[in-house]
Design a protein around this ligand. Sequence first.
Ligand code: FES
Length: 575
Amino acid sequence: MSEKGRRLRSAAWFGRRDKNGFMYRSWMKNQGHPHDLFDGRPVIGICNTWSELTPCNAHFRELAEWVKRGVWEAGGFPLEFPVMSLGESQLRPTAMLFRNLASMDVEESIRGNPIDGVVLLMGCDKTTPSLMMGAASCDLPTIGLSGGPMLSGRYRGRELGSGTGIWQMSEEVRAGRMSMDEFIATESCMHRSKGHCMTMGTASTMASMVEALGMSLPGSAAIPAVDARRNTVAQLTGRRIVEMVKEDLVMSRILTRAAFENAIRANAAIGGSTNAVIHLMALAGRIGVDLKLDDWDRLGSHVSCIVDLQPSGRHLMEDFFYAGGVPAVLRELLGAGLLNAEALTVNGRTIGENVAEAENWNREVIHAYDQPFKPESGIAVLRGNLAPSGAVIKPSAASPHLLTHRGRAVVFSSIEDFRARINDEALEIDETSVMVLQNCGPKGYPGMAEVGNMPLPPKVLRKGITDMVRISDARMSGTAYGTVVLHVSPEAAAGGPLALVRDGDFISLDVPNRTVTLEVPDEELARRRAAWTQPPLPERGWARLYVERVMQASDGADFDFLVGGSGAAVPRDSH
Ligand code: FES
């Protein structure tokens, strides 16, 4: 029994003096667990995304041992279990295709096992939302622990950020300003320690979101993976989850509407990834918080970016940690009246209490709110006849002169079509064109690839041009940048107007007024629509289920049948 008198769910397995209790305990004892561990103490599941195919999470077996120390110290019984690990850098066709699958693995692994509380070990991009989503559908006491970012990359005195440096240097190679040999030589300089991408890409953004939501210990998101304090916070996380079980501090008490509002504003303040929009929308759906795409614009677009980190700025996560990390940012938001201070967090205190004393040690990295790095630069949500259900753009990563632009469309029907033609010198395109990519949304790719930041044509690059307006139903790596309109909904493969764009059509982008418009008469669009045919469904397997059941990006790209939760009631016993 817990201190509140609530029977722990693990007691339904281990707390029985009968044949079934024998079976549950006896098989566990083959690992050497003594009998008194089954005396009713909280059983803590450590949900591990370790995999050597997920290099960002390859240190997680060691990290789990530090969590276990804390669980033992607090009187709990830690049991580590693996779930599907999604490595952004290796997994084809895109890790996003499997986010919902991994979330189902997490949800059923938690619910089906004798677990009273959960620690989620998360790092690489999709490992964070998949674990948070799956755990939310169970709603046990849960605490997040990120694996931490890599140390800063450095090459010949130049800072090399994960992803961002690749996009920059590959464009230099294509423009003839960098040799392929030198490009290859930078590989080992960019990723030189364990940890996840050390730009403010999706992994660092999502770790920061988990902290801003109140779901991880304060100050934990930015600690480098190799810093001893990463192990310390893992141990403290292990101690705390045992207390959370005793307090019955379940996820839904923390993941409230106020918490999501804090996360949206924090995402703007850190210059976070556009992927956060999709992941937080899906997470809100799981926990029953009514979050709309327009909330991102209403709550976040006027919030200033105060963190000067790549891809929007110069610095890297190591610098962010030394400057004070997420607590320093949240304190700036608190001072500006932009934080719901009363939101509860995993340590049992409010987020306002947690950050009240936070210090900012470097105002070049974390600016004061009244002297922002980039004013009013949260996610902007665009609408218009090209995106009736919405599209997003990250103004902090865009070129200011392109935020209002009108140009002729150059249309690519798939990412393969784009790759086949973009280097063709005969392609009719210049820097005033609007590059349009179709069929890369959730259903179209399928899985919604991170290809929205299409590389520019070489003949434009040679003029020294580094940005053009690009529009697609795809996503973009959180490490990427540019004037890139993403997540156009409905997507082309679902019959959205994006499918109807043709070469030469004029498109006008007006970010200040939040519109993206295809300047084609309705009658002509109707004619094109009549000629449109739906792409064939994948024949079988996961891809088939995915295309049939995935919702649009504007709804978080979760499966329609996964929205909500089923709780953590103990399932039936088949023994
Ligand atoms: Fe894993 Fe970037 S590839 S976080």
